[in-house]
Structures are given as structure tokens and as C-alpha cells.
Design a protein around this ligand. Structure first.
Ligand code: MET
Ligand code: ZN
Length: 755
């Protein structure tokens, strides 16, 4: 069957939509499936219901042809790897009798799929890392010279058919082949110098097959997402773009091809893409400006991303309309869309009945953005033809001058701290949070609902602090934490206690798999009306003679994980938050804390995608951190913590934070960061326990990781700790794992101190 004559691209569209469910239904369905309380059929039917609700909702809001295949049981990059059968051998073993041809689309392959995402009792998962400069994490596929690609999962086709059965025509969304390969890493054992992009032609065979099947199902348009093209790309990579789209466009029977780019400007990739025969091209006109030369786009449908897809402020409709009119004048055919998928914003502002109306009226969530897109398409249709000067680009603020009071040189601080703290060699610490028990979550919900009072809640928080302190003492850890039981989330907690922030009730966005965060809304000037954390740390310290670390979230991370006002330059907003955190450092120190940790796990996340912009960012980000921490006296030991990041890219900046001790995720990626951090001149704790998985590492395994650390770091600067906080684990897992960490460290000490 050949596709019917394809129709024009819809006048208004969104590039994607949240998938976790308006009430996080998918989160619940996944977690209960994983812990065995519900069946696979329960999970599959939740998936079906959420997809149907999405398509109906978008159609109801005026999005005539909503996107499909934007749903995922875990992550869309993982879906793509699975679809292509890029399944590492170690995960194939997790197959529970489903046999070859089992997909996620039909549910048969779910166990292998989840093994890739989360590991099993014995098999390590694939690596996970941040999706461009967002707080969403994707699973990193492993591709080798031998990976045998084939169409193993028909999910994109099944979803399009599923929607059509409901009477809704959709536009299937696929991760583009070039971005897929650029985000993949070489499978272990690949020859030196191999890059996954070398496998482009084989991957294209499968994409060709999918496009042909979609055409046969009567699909008019397919969307191929190529966000990797907004970062710096080599000539070889740009040539791959040409190869990919000439090949796919050359298929005799195919849907029309829309290539969307987002998170920045296409730059030198634009002329390459524009000279392939693709039918439509998507530009993110929120994070980037209009291309200087619009003539290259003539003859294509330009899908103009003028409605911000990843923040929650209303669109400036006048500016957006002017951009659209200018674009239409110069290129001809223009459709209106969001700047990127709406995956990164919450569902519906109408659910937020408790928000301050003055803040609320400035906001738009996913559903409101769909309406904005539709509104703009109508305004554009009514607007007379003719040129319109495009609104001037938002001025980029000059980076503020880096200012902080320097602490003494590290050697002097280290001596003062050694004298004061008297820690054993290879000290063991944790990253801050201890398991958030069901009881605690229930108590917090009861407090919010007014069912229990502050006092009762506080009693329960104190009981949790005591429980974690007792456990840490029993296990023999050296630097304790209070466990953060009073914090719902490491950013939201601070937002709730600082002026200038609002918090939403249902504003969840997916972070990874079933995990969501509820980013606070930073809408005004930030200040600290009263001290926040010192009293909890002081209480924990009253229970033990071991040092208890004070625990703070850094200014960059607080801003990175919030929705941030647009009317002030980002460095200025971060500077305001740094001031508030500096106040907390001072308070903790005054309350007797000898060790204070200021976490910056999001340091790399805000790193601009283009290398030309990176140095300026790193300099103001580092300055903010140093401003926040430099109030510490020499003998106060400052720790920082980073995770989820490809930290290698920002090592110099991490060093520039000048923290006395840096703890960093490492176990999850098998210690591959170690060679790069060996040059660190201060204390360093590469993680020896991957807390993302329920697995308990054996003492032997941890010993191996400590050995690898000591191969690159001197004993007197090495710290032993997990990869990240323990809040997502159970007490049982944590106790068993940390006991093995202590056993491994003790074994190592005997070895290193043997004569
Ligand atoms: C994502 S980094 C987490 C750091 C925080 N202190 C915790 O342990 O939860
Ligand atoms: Zn972390």
C-alpha cells in the first residue's frame, strides 16, 4: 500500500508532551510492577490509558495531529536502542522466556528493557546521563562494531495504529539516527578509536524499514528529533547528517519528513540540513535566534518553535507573532510549535488552585502552551502578509565580575582541618540523604493536609534523624549526616524557605524513569528571611561525638532545578541565591559545624552546548559557589558533591570550586572518571556504591573500586563514599551495602598499612 497524498504540515503543533501522567500514574504503575505487586498487564493498560488521554487531550486543545511515540516506559533513547536491537549481551540474559522479536510495544520485551535501564540483582545497567542541558536523564546505548541492528520493536508503528484505532491521526516521533548515534557510546571491547557514528548506514537500514511501514499504515508525517545538531559538530558529523537525510528522503514510499532541532541554534548544521530533501525543519526560536540567512530555508516548511517548551512562563504573543510574520515573509510556509518537547514542563496550570494569583497569571504549563500555539497559528493566519521586523534578540548579559573573598591556600586549610577533625585514613562518609521511609512521606503529606501539627511532624523528623545517626554509628562511618528527613527534595526544601520562590502542587516533571521532580518557581528577588538548616544539624550533632556534616544545596543547582524568571540575567539570579546560601554556611559554622557540604550536582547541566559560550558560564558559576562558601574558616572543611554528570567536561571548574573535599559519582560508570580526577589537588571521594540500583555491592566489588581509586590518588586524600544520596533506597539495602563498604575499606587499610 502506498501512502495517500501527504497533507500539509499542521498549522499548530507541539513537539512532544509529558508522559508520566497528570497524577504520576505511570510512576506508580512502574514502581508497583517492579516491586511485584502488580502485573505486566496492569502496567501495559496504564500505558495505553495514558497514551489515549494524551492524544485526546491534545486533539481537544486544537492540536489537530498530535505527536505519537512520545510515550515511554522509561526513556526514549532507551526505546530507540531497544527498537534497533542494540541490546548488550549481558541484558539479553534477563529475558524471561519471551524469545526473539519481543518488543516494548507489545510488552513482551519489558524485562530485558528494564534490565538495560535498571540492572538486575547481578547485571549492571547501562549508564545514565543528562539529556543536553536539561534535568532529564537518558540511558546511554552501547554500540559496537558487531551490534546487529534490526527492527526488533515496532513501538512507533503500534502507537500510530493504536491512535488511529481511536480515530486520531498522529505524527510519530523518532529520535533521529544521527543524534541517536552521537548520544551512544562505544560498547566495551570496541577497538580503539571506534565511534558509534561509523554504524550509520546499518542504523539507516532499520530507519528506512520503519518509515516504509509507517507509510504503509497511512502516516503522513514523521518527526525525527535531531537536537545533537545544535552543539558544535565536526565536518564528519555534518556529513553524516547529509548521508542520513538524503538516504531517508530517497525512499520511494515514505511519510513526509520533519526534522526538528531544539535547545539551541543549528548554526553550521542548518545549511547542511536545508540542502537535503527533507520536507520540514524545526527551529528552536526561544533558546536560539533566527538564522542570519533565511534564504536557505525557502521551499521547506519551517516549524517555528516560538512557544517556550521548557519553561513555564507565558509566551510574549506579540513578539512571537512578529517573528512568525517575518519568517513567513522570507521563507513562505510556516507552522507554529513549541520550542522543544513539553516533556520538561508540568501538565496543566488549572490544577494549581493554591498558587498566588499574581504568580499564576504569568504562567503556562503544557496544556496552556498547546493553546498558545493554536492561538498564534490563528493570529498568523489572520495577519496580513508582508515583512515584520523580527523582535530584537534578548540582550545577553555580560558576566558579572567574579568576586569572592579567598580562603587561605589549601595546604594551610588542610593542616588546620587535620588538627581539628582528626579523621582516620580513608574516611567513610555518605552524600547526605538517608532512605525516605513511607512513614515520613505520609507524615509530610499529613502536615500539608493539616491533619497533624508542626510539633508532631518535628518529633517524627527527629526520630528519623536519630535512626540514621544510630545506624551510621553502628556501621562505623566516620563523618555522619543527619539524613535530610525534613527535606522533600534538595531544591524544593530551600525554595520553600526562601523568599522569591513559589512551589506548585502537581507540577511534576520526569527526571529519569519513574522519578520526577517538582521544580520550584523562582519568580522574584531571592532572600533568606530566617535561618533554615542549622537546627537540624545541631540536633543530629547532639546525638553523637562523630562529626556531622551540615548539608546545603549550591546556588547553581537551586537555579538549574527551578523554573527561573526571565527578566533578570541568570548570573544575577544565581548571585542572589549564593548570598542566601552563604548565610546558611555562616549559620552552620556558628552553630559548631566543622564540616559543611554544598552540593552542586547540576554544575554541568547549565553548561552551554556551544563551546564558545562555556568559559563565561563556568566563571560566573564558580564565582557564585565561592561566594557562598568562602565565609568558611580554615578549619571548617567544605565538601562539594557532583553526580549524573559527564564531569570530565567541567573538571577544571570543579577544581575551581576550591572545596576541600569533592565527592563524585563514579561507581555507576565503572570508575571511568578516575584517570581524569587523579590530578585533583585536594580531597576526593569517587563513589564506590552505585545507589541508582537496588543491588547491594559485595565487599569484594567495593574493594576493587577502592583499589582503583588508590591506584590514582594518594591515601591521605582519598575519601570513601557512595555515588550519591541514599533517599531512593531502602534501609535494608543501605545497611547491607554500607556494611560492605566499611568491610572493604577496613580490608584496604590493613593492606596499605602492612609493613
Ligand atoms: C543529586 S545529589 C544529592 C545530594 C543530596 N545531599 C542527597 O544526598 O540527597
Ligand atoms: Zn548526587
Amino acid at each position: 500500500m502506498t501512502a495517500a497524498l501527504p497533507t500539509d504540515f499542521p498549522a499548530a503543533t507541539v513537539l512532544g508532551y509529558p508522559r508520566i501522567g497528570p497524577r504520576r500514574e505511570l510512576k506508580r504503575a512502574l514502581e508497583s510492577y517492579w516491586n511485584g505487586t502488580t502485573t505486566r498487564d496492569d502496567l501495559l493498560s496504564t500505558g495505553r490509558r495514558l497514551r489515549e488521554a494524551t492524544w485526546r487531550r491534545l486533539a481537544g486543545l486544537g492540536i489537530a495531529v498530535p505527536p505519537s511515540n512520545t510515550f515511554s516506559y522509561y526513556d526514549h533513547v532507551l526505546d530507540t536502542a531497544f527498537m534497533l536491537d542494540a541490546v548488550p549481551d549481558r541484558h539479553r540474559a534477563a529475558e524471561t522466556g519471551a524469545g526473539a522479536g519481543a518488543g516494548v510495544g507489545d510488552g513482551d520485551g519489558l524485562d530485558v528493557y528494564f534490565a538495560m535501564a535498571r540492572g538486575t540483582g547481578t547485571i549492571a545497567p547501562l549508564r545514565m546521563t543528562k539529556w543536553f542541558d536539561t534535568n532529564y536523564h537518558y540511558i546511554v546505548p552501547e554500540i559496537g562494531p558487531e551490534t546487529a541492528f534490526r527492527l526488533a520493536d515496532e513501538k512507533p508503528i503500534l502507537e500510530a495504529v493504536e491512535a488511529r484505532t481511536l480515530g486520531i491521526a498522529t505524527r510519530p516521533v523518532l529520535l533521529g539516527p544521527v543524534t541517536f548515534l552521537l548520544l551512544s557510546e562505544a560498547a566495551p571491547g570496541s577497538p580503539e578509536g571506534f565511534t558509534p557514528l561509523e554504524r550509520l548506514n546499518d542504523v539507516l537500514d532499520v530507519y528506512a524499514q520503519i518509515l516504509e511501514s509507517l507509510a504503509a499504515e497511512g502516516v503522513d508525517w514523521v518527526q525525527l528529533d535531531e537536537p545533537a545538531l545544535v552543539a558544535d559538530r565536526t565536518p564528519v558529523e555534518l556529513a553524516a547528517v547529509r548521508v542520513a537525510y538524503e538516504r531517508l528522503c530517497g525512499l520511494p514510499d515514505r511519510p513526509r519528513i520533519f526534522v526538528s532541532s531544539y535547545f539551541g541554534e543549528l548554526g553550521e548544521a542548518l545549511p547542511v540540513l536545508a540542502t537535503t530533501p527533507i520536507d520540514a525543519i524545526g527551529l528552536d526560536l526561544v533558546s536560539g535566534g533566527l538564522p542570519a540567512d533565511l534564504s536557505a530555508l525557502r521551499g521547506k516548511t519551517v516549524v517555528a518553535g516560538v512557544v517556550p517548551g521548557r519553561n513555564i512562563w507565558r509566551t510574549h504573543l506579540d513578539d512571537a507573532l512578529n517573528t512568525l510574520r517575518h519568517l513567513r515573509h522570507h521563507v513562505g510556509t510556516v507552522s507554529v510549535s513549541t520550542s522543544c518537547s513539553l516533556l520538561h514542563v508540568p501538565y496543566d496550570l488549572d490544577q494549581e488552585t493554591e498558587l498566588d494569583p499574581a504568580v499564576r497569571e504569568r504562567l503556562a504549563f503544557a496544556d496552556q502552551k498547546a493553546v498558545e500555539v493554536q492561538t498564534l497559528a490563528n493570529l498568523l493566519a489572520q495577519a496580513p502578509a508582508g515583512d515584520m521586523p523580527a523582535p530584537p534578540a534578548r540582550p545577553t548579559a555580560p558576566a558579572p565580575e567574579a568576586r569572592w573573598d579567598d580562603r587561605s591556600p589549601y595546604a594551610a586549610r588542610a593542616a588546620a582541618q587535620a588538627e581539628h577533625l582528626r579523621l582516620p585514613p580513608l574516611p567513610i562518609t555518605t552524600i547526605g540523604s538517608f532512605p525516605q521511609t513511607g512513614d515520613l512521606r505520609a507524615a509530610r503529606a499529613a502536615l500539608v493536609a493539616g491533619e497533624i501539627g508542626e510539633e508532631q511532624y518535628e518529633t517524627q523528623v527527629k526520630a528519623e534523624i536519630e535512626r540514621s545517626i544510630r545506624l551510621q554509628e553502628k556501621l562505623g562511618l566516620d563523618v555522619l549526616v543527619h539524613g535530610e528527613p525534613e527535606r522533600n527534595d534538595m531544591v524544593q526544601y530551600f525554595a520553600e524557605h526562601l523568599d522569591g520562590f513559589a512551589v506548585s502542587r502537581h507540577g511534576w516533571v520526569q527526571s529519569y524513569g519513574s522519578r520526577c521532580t517538582r521544580p520550584p518557581i523562582l519568580h522574584g528577588d531571592v532572600s533568606r528571611p530566617a535561618p533554615i538548616t542549622a537546627r537540624w544539624t545541631r540536633y543530629a550533632q547532639s546525638l553523637t561525638s562523630k562529626p556531622v556534616k551540615g548539608m546545603l544545596t549550591g546556588p547553581v543547582t537551586i537555579v538549574a532545578w527551578s523554573f527561573v524568571r526571565e527578566d533578570l540575567p541568570l548570573p544575577e539570579v544565581v548571585g542572589q541565591v549564593a548570598d542566601a546560601i552563604r548565610g546558611e554556611v555562616a549559620d552552620l559554622q556558628d552553630a559548631g559545624s566543622t564540616i559543611i557540604q554544598v552540593d552542586e550536582p547540576a554544575l554541568r547541566e547549565l553548561l552551554p552546548l556551544r563551546s564558545a559560550d562555556q568559559a563565561a558560564y563556568l566563571s560566573w558559576a564558580v564565582a557564585a559557589y565561592r561566594h557562598a562558601t568562602s565565609v568558611a574558616a580554615d578549619r571548617t572543611q567544605i565538601h562539594t558533591h557532583l553526580c549524573y554528570s559527564n564531569a570530565a567536561q567541567v573538571l577544571e571548574a570543579i577544581d575551581g570550586l576550591d572545596a576541600d573535599v569533592t565527592t563524585i559519582e563514579s561507581a555507576r560508570s565503572g570508575g571511568r572518571i578516575l584517570p581524569a580526577v587523579a590530578s585533583f589537588s585536594r580531597g576526593l571521594g569517587p563513589g564506590v556504591y552505585d545507589i541508582h540500583s537496588p543491588r547491594v555491592p559485595s565487599a569484594d566489588e567495593v574493594t576493587g573500586l577502592i583499589e582503583a581509586i588508590l591506584a590514582v590518588l594518594p591515601v591521605d586524600r582519598a575519601w570513601i563514599n557512595p555515588d550519591c544520596g541514599l533517599k531512593t533506597r531502602t534501609y535494608e539495602q543501605v545497611e547491607a551495602s554500607l556494611a560492605n563498604v566499611v568491610a572493604a575499606r577496613d580490608r584496604m587499610l590493613v593492606l596499605t598499612q602492612a609493613p
